[in-house]
Ligand binder design. Structure first.
Ligand SMILES: Cc1cc2nc3c(=O)[nH]c(=O)nc-3n(C[C@H](O)[C@H](O)[C@H](O)COP(=O)(O)OP(=O)(O)OC[C@H]3O[C@@H](n4cnc5c(N)ncnc54)[C@H](O)[C@@H]3O)c2cc1C
Length: 441
């Protein structure tokens, strides 16, 4: 641990995976750290609780890809598509959506994005292994690879650009069929006859517990956990050049030298309070958990034609996915979770053996032995997080916008941010994540 800044006080707002990783790195760098969280670290309110649990170096493919715009009308009207746009939210989402589509306007553009994602993801499983060891919970991280099953080899070839981006960023894979595919996924139904195995992938066996474990570890070493909602910042001087004096919360003022905004999808309001304009919206996602599936998937799976992460966790067999563009406060559409349940039942024959699993999920009914969840991916239009200093308040730093890859990329993001705060050389090029990119439109 460095003792370069032993008395400086850093407040980290938000105890999801990104916030606790930032707190961990700042604590290691010798700061006095306070974590401000209005609920509980890794609790159900956080995206970090219910995600697909993938630690995937291959998740370098941005959501917005060339040609996506042609599919938007279908997404508006097809209730079963994996990406759903609630039409009434369109006026509110339009500025973000426009930038989202522009982010995928060309192959060259998505290659740049993929490179920037790769910096954060290429060694994610190893970074998590080291972190889980350090906090005394090594069993929460597994490195058993990841499997992408496809109905046929042709359906894999139809995603040529996605796999080209992966290849260009050093992802190595093995094509699997027949016996080898069955050995990797013995419980998967016969619809899938081809697969891509990425041996370097990993997963977390319980993302919520993992976040809580990191927070507990830090608390035992002097990091304060303050249950409060951060609302604003006190500055000496006005934005855009004022210097931070304190974080203002619903439980009072916390004087500090630094504040890190790591509040997931709620970071936009805090960034605005700091004087920064960001484009950040919720890509809402869902999961269902079959608590007693009777089998495990190792490695975890993501069927190429369904885009769902299917992972065995300590709480059960988790199927997560769906992208729903709507406002943060809109009521969940449990029909999205029902799609996940139905998919799992159709493709994992063993699940149908339990009669409870065959009952529909709807707004009022949750079958026995199933859990459902909705959460908010904190997403920027280009799919890259915002990491670095605020433009509006000196001493405020951003660590949000991790979209689909926040669990995997949190340790590298936190290390990069800590390097930027320290002002020394950083582990890799921080420019792709700078907030200034929103100014460029
Ligand atoms: C369905 C789904 C599947 C996903 N699958 C994967 C996956 O397989 N792999 C992967 O890497 N990523 C995945 N993700 C994305 C990942 O979960 C997120 O990117 C990541 O969890 C974001 O972490 P965070 O810490 O930024 O935000 P969060 O986890 O949302 O945490 C933010 C925290 O800030 C707190 N907070 C908010 N506002 C305030 C305030 N004003 N004051 C104090 N506290 C505040 C909240 O209570 C919360 O605890 C998935 C997401 C979803 C929804």
């Amino acid at each position: 641990m460095s003792s370069s800044s032993p008395t400086r006080h850093a407040v980290v707002i938000g105890a999801g995976i990104v916030g606790v990783c930032c707190a961990y790195e700042l604590w290691r760098d010798g700061y006095r750290v306070t974590l401000v969280e209005h609920a509980s670290p890794g609790g159900e309110q956080a995206a970090s609780y219910g995600n697909g649990a993938w630690l995937s170096p291959s998740s370098v493919v941005p959501m917005s890809m060339p040609g996506l715009w042609k599919k938007i009308p279908g997404y508006l009207f097809n209730a079963d598509s994996p990406l759903r746009l609630r039409w009434w939210a369109l006026p509110m989402l339009a500025p973000w959506l426009l930038r989202f589509l522009l982010a995928g306007r060309s192959k060259a553009q998505v290659q740049v994005t993929a490179r920037a994602l790769s910096q954060l993801l290429h060694d994610a499983p190893e970074r998590h292994r080291v972190l889980a060891d350090a906090v005394g919970r090594p069993e929460l991280i597994r490195k058993a690879g990841l499997l992408y099953p496809y109905p046929t080899r042709d359906s894999f070839l139809a995603e040529a650009l996605a796999w080209q981006l992966r290849r260009e960023n050093g992802i190595v894979w093995e094509e699997v069929e027949g016996e080898r595919l069955r050995a990797l996924a013995p419980d998967l139904g016969p619809h899938y006859r081809f697969g891509i195995h990425v041996p370097a992938g990993g997963n977390c066996t319980n993302p919520g517990d993992y976040v809580a474990a990191i927070a507990t570890f830090l608390q035992a070493r002097g990091v304060a956990l303050k249950q409060a909602r951060a609302l604003d910042f006190a500055r000496a001087g006005a934005a855009p050049s004022g210097a931070l004096e304190a974080v203002l919360t619903d439980q009072g003022r916390i004087d500090c030298d630094l504040a890190i905004i790591a509040a997931g999808v709620h970071s936009r309001a805090l960034a605005q309070a700091a004087g920064d304009r960001v484009f950040l919206e919720s890509e809402r996602g869902y999961h269902v958990v079959f608590e007693q599936p009777g089998f495990e998937v190792t490695p975890p799976l993501m069927p190429g034609d369904a885009k769902m992460a299917i992972t065995s966790t300590t709480r059960g067999f988790r199927v997560s996915g769906q992208v729903e563009l709507a406002t943060i406060g809109a009521a969940p559409d449990w029909g999205r979770a029902e799609l996940l349940r139905r998919f799992a039942l159709n493709h994992f024959p063993a699940l149908a053996g339990n009669a409870d699993h065959t009952a529909r999920i709807d707004g009022t009914h949750l079958p026995k032995g199933l859990k459902r969840w909705m959460g908010h991916r904190p997403s920027t239009p280009d799919g890259l997080p915002v990491l670095g200093p605020s433009q509006g308040t000196r001493g405020v730093f951003h660590a949000f916008g991790h979209g689909h890859v926040g669990l995997a990329s949190a340790p590298a993001s936190a290390r990069l941010l800590a390097d930027l705060i320290r002002g020394g050389p950083s582990i890799f090029d921080a420019r792709p994540y700078a907030i200034q990119r929103f100014r460029r439109g």
